[in-house]
Design a protein around this ligand. Structure first.
Ligand SMILES: NC(=O)C1=CN([C@@H]2O[C@H](COP(=O)(O)OP(=O)(O)OC[C@H]3O[C@@H](n4cnc5c(N)ncnc54)[C@H](O)[C@@H]3O)[C@@H](O)[C@H]2O)C=CC1
Ligand SMILES: O=C(CO)COP(=O)(O)O
Length: 315
């Protein structure tokens, strides 16, 4: 998105790294990321150049959110800047959402952008829909207007809890879907993973105050679908590699980018246990990633459970 011609400053720790990522990730052979970007977008490694922006999008892996929030505070981000978290994750142990971490450090208005939004498609200008959420309706509406384009349709929401939980929890099931692919379990198994995953997402999400309809929407089911089926999904890829016998560390290292499902499986498992939610798939994926359970044994365990009625939100 080029933000309709507004001046955009893209801060990155390393301009060199941004160049490599742009080249490999987008499959484009530009010598410099600036070639991929419209004239109104400038790349910098100097955080101070972003401090008076009226809208600040934070797009870092969830494990880096706390340090980046502290950097923004220490660098002196203008209190007038509206801050938008685009990161999909829950912090382990504290179980804080990304917008909550940002609020710990910054007095600014903080919102969330989340939806089925693989960067590869957006960069090509392919149509995408997403959700922007702020507690203040008028700020949602203003950011919605500001970021929307003919190829980027934005809906608004005030359910930040539902948005942030949906965007984080779906990563766990994307790894599960990748495991189904890697084991060659077929289309039916994967459809079951996605559908029962949505039930578990809804159960955990409701326990923490999210709204049921949000989990049925773009930032819930929508993101779950894209991440479980897209060739671009890094979580799906990690699941496949683990099913093929790679260790989690090897699978993640081979991506060279973040797969949020790995840290998220730990934090979502912690959330589920704390809420005493019934989440057999989360529990099995946790066992595979963190306790050395064999992927095929884990998936067979899911099939061998006692037969029951189909329940979605009920625990
Ligand atoms: N890539 C995508 O298509 C989408 C990504 N997201 C979410 O956006 C977030 C970031 O994902 P990506 O951009 O794909 O990840 P990435 O692995 O490409 O990292 C994004 C940037 O964060 C930087 N970074 C990493 N650790 C840092 C630290 N400690 N301090 C400062 N910068 C740091 C990296 O150098 C990189 O420039 C994740 O939560 C992801 O789930 C959401 C929707 C789509
Ligand atoms: O959240 C995403 C798409 O909406 C990105 O998913 P992956 O991290 O699995 O690539």
């Amino acid at each position: 998105a080029s933000f309709s011609g507004d001046e955009v400053v893209l801060w990155t720790r390393s301009v060199e790294q941004a160049r490599t990522l742009a080249e490999t990730r987008m499959g484009m052979h530009a010598a410099c990321p600036d070639h991929l970007l419209p004239d109104n977008v400038r790349v910098t490694a100097d955080l101070r150049e972003t401090l008076d922006a009226d809208l600040v999008l934070v797009v870092v892996p969830s494990v880096a959110m706390r340090s980046v929030a502290a950097m923004l505070r220490d660098a002196g981000l203008s209190e007038k800047s509206v801050v938008l978290s685009c990161t999909k994750g829950i912090e382990k142990d504290s179980l804080l959402r990304m917008s909550e971490i940002l609020r710990e450090y910054l007095p600014n208005t903080v919102g969330v952008l989340s939806g089925p939004n693989h960067a590869e498609d957006i960069c090509l200008g392919l149509p995408s829909a997403t959700l922007v959420g702020f507690e203040e309706e008028e700020i949602s509406a203003a950011v919605q207007r500001r970021l929307a384009s003919p190829s980027f349709r934005i809906y608004s929401s005030s359910d930040l809890v539902g948005m942030e939980l949906g965007g984080s929890i779906k990563n766990v099931f994307a790894i599960g879907a990748g495991i189904c692919d890697g084991l060659g379990l077929g289309d039916n198994a994967k459809a079951a993973m996605v559908t029962r995953g949505l039930a578990e997402m809804t159960r955990i999400g409701l326990a923490y105050g999210g709204k049921a309809e949000t989990f049925m929407g773009l930032s819930g089911m929508g993101d779950l679908i894209v991440t479980c089926y897209s060739k671009h999904s890094r979580n799906l890829q990690v699941g496949r590699l683990v099913a093929e016998g790679k260790s989690v560390e090897e699978a993640v290292a081979s991506l060279g980018m973040v797969a949020e499902g790995v840290p998220n499986t730990l934090s979502i498992y912690q959330m589920s246990r704390k809420a005493n939610a019934r989440t057999p798939i989360v529990d099995v994926i946790y066992g595979i990633l963190y306790e050395g359970k064999y992927p095929l044994c884990g998936l067979q365990e899911l099939m061998d459970r006692a037969l029951c009625a189909e329940r979605i939100a009920d625990n």
